[in-house]
Design a protein around this ligand. Structure first.
Ligand code: E4P
Length: 215
C-alpha cells in the first residue's frame, strides 16, 4: 500500500518526502485555506517537491465548469490529479475528463455504490472518507472493504485511496484490507513512526554504550 500525505503544508510535505515513504499528496479546499496562500502557487510548489500524484480539488458545481477548471488545474503540472466530489455533474465531468486523458480523484465518497459509479465513470482514484463515516456511527472500514471487493471482482483499474484517516489503526486496517493507497495527515504519519519502546531502547543502548566507551 502506498502512503500519500493529506496536507497542503510545505514544511510537512518536505519533512514527509525526506523520509522517502511518501508517494503523493492530497489536498482539499479546507487544507488549502489553512495555509492562507494562493491555491495555484501551493499546488505548483507541492508538485515540485513530491514525485507522484498531487490531488487539487475543483470547486465549480456544473459539469462544464468542472471540466474547464480541471483542465486548467491539470495544466499546472503533469503530476496534478483533479479531485471531484461524487455528484451527478461531478461524474459527468469525470467521464468527459477520462475521455480527454485528465486524471481524476473522486472525493467525498461515503458508500460503496458511490465508489462503483466513480469507477464506471473512469475515475483514476476514488476516496472513501473513513473517519467521517465513523463519525456518523457507521463503519468506515466496511465501506472501504466493500469498495475493494467490488473493484477486485470486476477488475476495475480505479485505485482506492483510504481518506479521512484519523489514527494509525486506520492505516493498518486499510493496509490489511488491500487498499491501494492511504492518505494520512502528517501527525498520523509521525504516530505511525513513533513507539515509546523504540525511544526507551535507544536511551538504554546509549547509556550502556557510554559505559563501554568510558572504560
Ligand atoms: C482526502 O483526500 C481528504 O482531503 C481528507 O482525507 C479529508 O479528511 P478529514 O475528514 O480529516 O477532513
Amino acid at each position: 500500500m502506498k502512503i500519500f500525505l493529506d496536507t497542503a503544508n510545505m514544511d510537512e510535505i518536505r519533512a514527509g518526502s525526506r523520509l522517502g515513504v511518501i508517494s503523493g499528496v492530497t489536498t482539499n479546499p479546507s487544507l488549502i485555506a489553512r495555509e492562507g496562500r494562493d491555491f495555484i502557487e501551493v499546488v505548483r510548489e507541492i508538485a515540485s517537491i513530491v514525485e507522484g500524484p498531487v490531488s487539487a480539488e475543483a470547486v465549480r458545481k456544473d459539469a462544464a465548469g468542472i471540466v474547464d477548471e480541471a483542465v486548467e488545474l491539470a495544466r499546472i503540472h503533469p503530476g496534478v490529479v483533479v479531485k471531484i466530489p461524487v455528484t451527478g455533474p461531478g461524474l459527468e465531468a469525470v467521464s468527459e475528463l477520462t475521455r480527454r486523458g485528465v486524471r481524476t480523484n473522486v472525493t467525498l465518497v461515503f458508500s460503496a455504490n458511490q465508489a462503483l459509479l466513480a469507477a464506471l465513470a473512469g475515475a483514476t482514484y476514488v476516496s472513501p472518507f473513513i473517519g467521517r463515516i465513523d463519525d456518523t456511527g457507521a463503519d468506515g472500514m466496511r465501506v472501504l472493504e466493500e469498495t475493494l471487493e467490488i473493484f477486485e471482482r470486476y477488475r476495475f483499474g480505479t485505485e482506492v485511496i483510504a481518506a479521512s484517516i484519523r489514527h494509525p489503526l486506520h492505516v493498518t486496517q486499510a493496509a490489511l484490507l488491500g487498499s491501494h493507497i492511504a492518505t494520512v495527515p502528517f501527525g498520523v504519519l509521525m504516530q505511525m513512526l513513533g513507539h515509546p519502546l523504540t525511544d526507551n531502547g535507544i536511551a538504554k543502548f546509549d547509556a550502556d554504550w557510554a559505559k563501554v566507551t568510558k572504560g
